[in-house]
Design a protein around this ligand. Structure first.
Ligand code: GCW
Length: 687
């Protein structure tokens, strides 16, 4: 059948193999949903639709307690509250954390029951999607009930959509939410998107750009946002808004937006109350301030904490939160100052404020200290905020990683960050446990990803890029899930269970980050792209000699940013001492972060026993050679998947293979000229 990619991983393709169908023979055709809320209706209709489509027999669904069937076959879906009402004789119910569910199936003589017992309607929805995923991936439904809980309360997506309908760093068409300054009248795509997000366990969506339109908080705009919130609501997706801190002045016509001014405080309170009368389950505010030209508290010599707390106090009575971004830095740095270092900014601006934030402020920290480069160490801020909830910010949008024209499966990169053990206070403190709130006993925290879906039918332009959105949701739910598990399920759901298809696509995706790093910038040099403009394609020298601070400081003798304590910017001292020691010493600094941490001669010998310059040449050749195999590997799938997506991906992979050569040659030539050291294999300059 034709596939336009709109259903993403929720295709529910009919199962035709009789042995697989037999696995689900006992699955009852009656779905009994005990509750009657919009979210429970979403769960019920989704189960009915998916199971009917996949198993080829009609499923029915009923809602409400009137319909209870304890003695006949049913798929029972309910939360603890409904169950408690249902039992005449009180039973001991399991304890479940918010948004959790238990899924299992029980065959008792002639009676077969499959149960999704959840803490709340959100949990029912997640359990329903889990059951559907098992069937779609042809996996058995567990007989002993399994309990699933999300890792953390914050599992959000940030869209960088502007109200005029454009999308900042969007590579898949215009906004699905906005057009010409307004919320779109047709919100079908918005609710389809919410369904996709719910299916992977996400629960929040910031609909507008962090570089937010200054009119966002105008009363008429808020009424429109309320319609958008309504479209998301059945899927358990709370809406939040990015707000500009100058709003009291711009929207409220006050003479100031000083966060400590009483009129400003009162304005935020009133504005927040107004939002909650329109959107009772409003999730909160996202704030980008004092960054890349946005207004902020620094104008009044106030701290991020003073600003965040004003918003937080206004939101607290309504249970809303503030996600205040740690992405605050000066983009007018002096290139000639060898101590200047953008990587220091997050820690320098926030570490000293630890413990001074209201409890409903969460600091949203990009995983690396610069900006979503192909390789960065983790931000040292994670270890510095021990009395403040944090959320890690990841970027599903492939801004610096090929803009969805290159296949780059980012889950292995994110896992590298999440698994990095900062060893704060000399203890095991991997980033994932910090943001989950475990390491420093924080009641909240979690995950945010920038995901700039657009009006393209398949959401992200490339069918393969959807693996990143799927993977993001899966990691936010459970950061211990492996890249292999995630890609395997995604491939099955997206392209079917044909073993040839599954193994080919899994392998392509799993190696793609490494390959992209090889042909763009290896050894931690950063993504050698055009830094000033579109961030696409090679633009090697563009990172140097300007105020943006994405420097790698290449000169005729050597390359790399000296961030050491001994001779450099001192950035390394921002890490807890064991990790700082590892990075500080050339003997222990890993090769893949070498040029991020050190300035070394081109002839420096790496741990792999090769010079820096030769490794740079070799890796660029190796990466481009691997990319050249992509179209051929893909070709094997001809006839195994639909022609529409086969052709689309083939064209993209062919483009990528060619662009990888462009990258290879641009980077290698640039460094050959700069270093004046020839490639030992005589390739560079002779293509
Ligand atoms: O990476 C930079 C992007 C900007 C973006 C900014 C941010 C929304 O190039 O487009 O602005 O990060 O994260 O705020």
């Amino acid at each position: 059948r034709a596939e336009d990619g709109h259903e993403a991983w929720l295709r529910y393709a009919p199962i035709t193999d009789p042995t697989i169908l037999a696995q689900y023979r006992n699955l009852p055709t009656q779905i009994a949903v005990l509750g009657d809320t919009p979210t429970e209706h979403a769960a019920g209709t989704e189960l009915q639709r998916g199971l009917t489509q996949m198993l080829g027999r009609p499923f029915t669904v009923t809602y409400g307690l009137g319909q209870i069937l304890t003695s006949s076959n049913a798929i029972l879906v309910g939360d603890l509250e409904s169950l408690d009402k249902m039992y005449v004789k009180k039973q001991k119910l399991p304890k479940l954390k918010p948004e959790s569910y238990m899924l299992g199936t029980r065959n008792n003589g002639a009676v077969s029951q499959t149960g999704i017992i959840a803490a709340d309607p959100h949990g029912e929805l997640y359990g329903a999607f889990r059951l559907l995923e098992l069937v779609a991936a042809n996996k058995p439904i567990p007989t002993t009930p399994v309990t699933e809980s999300p890792s953390a309360p914050i599992r959000w997506v940030d869209q960088w959509d502007n109200l005029d309908g454009s999308v900042e760093r969007g590579y898949a068409g215009r906004s699905i939410f906005f057009d010409a300054g307004h919320v779109r009248p047709d919100l079908a795509r918005a609710s389809d998107y919410a369904r996709l997000l719910a299916s992977i366990g996400l629960n929040g969506l910031t609909v507008n750009n962090v570089n937010s339109d200054l009119t966002t908080l105008e009363p008429d705009k808020l009424k429109e946002f309320a319609l958008l919130a309504e479209a998301l609501r059945p899927w358990g997706i709370g809406m939040s808004l990015s707000v500009d801190l100058s709003s009291p002045q711009v929207v409220g016509h006050l003479s100031t937006f000083d966060p400590l001014d009483p009129t400003v405080i009162a304005w935020w309170q009133k504005k927040t109350d107004e939002i909650y009368t329109l959107i009772p389950d409003f999730a909160g505010f996202v704030v980008k301030a004092d960054s890349e030209g946005r207004a902020g508290p620094s104008q009044y010599h106030r701290t991020p904490a003073e600003a965040a707390n004003v918003l937080a106090r206004a939101l607290a009575p309504h249970h809303g939160v503030v996600l205040y971004r740690g992405f605050v830095y000066n983009h007018h740095l002096d290139f000639h100052d060898l101590k200047a270092d953008r990587a220091r900014a997050g820690f320098d601006n926030f570490a000293s404020l630890d413990g001074t934030f209201e409890p409903n402020v969460i600091i949203q920290v990009k995983h690396g200290p610069i900006d979503f480069q192909v390789r960065e160490p983790v931000s040292p801020l994670f270890a510095a905020l021990q009395h403040t909830p944090q959320a890690i910010e990841l970027q599903t949008t492939q801004e610096y990683t090929g803009q969805q024209r290159h296949m780059v499966f980012l889950v292995p990169m994110w896992k590298t960050a999440l698994d990095t053990d900062l060893r704060a206070n000399g203890r095991g403190t991997p980033v994932k446990e910090i943001v989950e709130g475990k390491s420093f006993h924080q009641p909240t925290g979690g995950f945010v990803s920038v995901v700039n879906v657009g009006l393209d039918t398949n959401w992200l332009h490339s069918p393969l890029a959807l693996a990143n959105l799927y993977g993001y949701g899966k990691l936010a739910w459970n950061p211990d899930a492996t890249s292999e598990q995630i890609i395997d399920t995604w491939t099955r759901l997206t392209f079917g269970n044909d073993p040839e298809v599954v193994s080919t696509i899994n392998e392509l995706q799993l190696n793609s980050w490494h390959t992209y790093e090889q042909y763009t910038g290896n050894l931690g040099i950063g993504t050698l792209t055009d830094i000033i403009g579109i961030h696409f394609g090679p633009g090697v020298g563009s990172a140097e000699n300007n105020g943006w601070g994405q420097w790698f400081r290449a000169d005729p003798k050597g390359v790399g940013m000296d961030r050491t304590v001994a001779t450099g910017t001192g950035y390394i001292a921002q890490y807890p001492k064991e990790l700082a020691a590892t990075y500080e010493s050339l003997a222990t600094c890993p090769d893949d972060l070498l040029l991020f941490m050190h300035h070394v001669p081109y002839t420096h010998i790496l741990h792999i026993n090769k010079t820096v310059i030769q490794d740079l040449y070799d890796e660029h050749y190796a990466g481009a050679a691997t990319a050249a195999t992509y179209p051929m590997l893909w070709q094997k799938l001809h006839g195994h998947i639909d022609n529409q997506r086969f052709d689309q991906v083939k064209a993209l992979l062919t483009y990528q293979a060619g662009h990888a050569i462009v990258w290879r040659d641009a980077v290698n030539d640039w460094f050959a000229t700069m270093s004046n050291i020839p490639d030992a294999q005589g390739r560079v300059g002779h293509h």
